[in-house]
Write a protein that binds this ligand. Structure first.
Ligand SMILES: CC(C)(COP(=O)(O)OP(=O)(O)OC[C@H]1O[C@@H](n2cnc3c(N)ncnc32)[C@H](O)[C@@H]1OP(=O)(O)O)[C@@H](O)C(=O)NCCC(=O)NCCS
Length: 329
């Protein structure tokens, strides 16, 4: 293991070492918490680990207690260096509540000039709302999501027969076009009135440079009617998880029949991958959207509604000043 940063902290008479995580640490990181115990089996880290560590804006650290990887922390810097997003954090049960995530967070943000620290989580997680109530974090945005399930074989068969659609307006959007959309005021007022776009659980401000971070090797962006009030922009990312192939689809804009074309294109992209077993589509949308409309569209593709790890996402933010003031350490 390459240790490019390390420090020792004495805590509860135990020696805690903070190490920079590299791709060589994959097995040790995955062993911290069994994937079945995170996000109801839809943990993305085992599949995303190498991709995330290859990204220039990502840093990951582990707290090593008595020689064992006890806690993992990953940060992703977005918004032209202004915001640090924390994601995929986990602590082995044996070491929970000792402040290990706190140590790793302090290690990541010290001596940096981030304005904000943001995180998204499931709104059913009590700890998140406790932090909001206590004034430690501010709620920025909430989105509804619904999970839909089918099998890879059924999805392929439906898409190749009854569900076949010829898109008339929906088309793929590349990184450069996405960058332009993120800075087009008219488009943004309609699609992202809160000033944020959440993709694959990561909140981004509406800044051109975020386009290259949003579009990873797993991302497909589809747009339709982008010049008028019926515009739709959707993002999809897929992840191999213990529970099956999960595809996160975020929907922004006008909810109408054209959305079926978007879903069709995202699902076609998905079945071009090798799929066996279950397919779980998690569709994210604005809170005022009629979720039954989305559910009925999904039914056309043979996807049945199910509940896996909640139905609402919450994005919260704090500042380094507030974080350091409130930190228990
Ligand atoms: C969340 C988790 C990483 C906390 O690890 P930890 O080392 O016990 O954390 P610490 O001891 O440093 O601090 C505990 C803090 O985490 C908060 N916390 C606990 N569960 C949380 C959760 N699911 N999401 C966000 N915060 C959580 C606690 O409220 C506490 O906050 P406080 O200091 O304001 O009281 C750990 O409980 C875990 O592995 N959970 C399962 C994976 C998961 O859901 N991760 C969230 C990724 S967004």
């Amino acid at each position: 293991m390459t240790i490019s940063l390390s420090s020792n902290v004495e805590m509860s008479n135990r020696s805690i070492k903070v190490v920079r995580v590299t791709k060589d640490d994959y097995e040790k990181v995955c062993a911290i918490t069994p994937p079945g115990q995170i996000y109801s089996g839809t943990d993305y880290l085992p599949d995303y680990f190498h991709m995330l560590l290859d990204m220039p804006n990502v840093e990951a650290y582990a707290a090593v207690v008595d020689g064992k990887f006890a806690s993992f922390f990953l940060s992703s810097v977005v918004d032209n260096g202004r915001t640090v997003i924390t994601r995929a954090g986990r602590t082995n049960k044996e070491y929970a509540g000792m402040g290990l995530q706190d140590i790793l967070m302090r290690n990541t943000i010290k001596n940096r000039n981030y304005d904000k620290i943001a995180v998204t989580g499931g709104a059913h997680v009590k700890a998140i709302f406790d932090q909001i109530k206590a004034g430690k974090r501010e709620k920025i945005l909430m989105m509804e999501f619904r999970s839909y399930i089918t099998s890879g074989d059924q999805l392929k068969s439906i898409l190749n027969t009854t569900g076949n659609i010829t898109p008339t307006s929906a088309k793929p959007i590349d990184e450069s076009e996405l960058g332009d959309l993120l800075t087009n005021q008219q488009v943004c007022c309609h699609l992202f009135p809160e000033g944020r776009v959440i993709v694959d659980w990561v909140p981004y401000r509406l800044i051109k440079s975020n386009a290259s971070l949003i579009k990873t090797i797993r991302t497909t962006v589809i747009g339709s009617n982008l010049k008028n009030g019926t515009r739709i922009l959707t993002f999809a990312n897929y992840i191999n998880t213990l529970a099956g192939l999960v595809c996160n689809i975020e929907v922004y804009g006008y909810i109408g029949e054209t959305l079926a074309e978007h879903l069709y294109l995202h699902l076609r992209e998905l079945i071009s991958k090798v799929i066996s077993g279950k397919v779980i589509i998690r569709c994210f949308f604005r809170q005022e959207t009629n979720s039954n409309f989305i559910t009925n569209l999904m039914k056309r593709f043979g996807l049945d509604i199910t509940e896996i790890w909640g139905t609402t996402l919450v994005c919260t933010e704090t500042s380094p000043e507030i974080y350091f003031r409130e930190s228990k350490l």
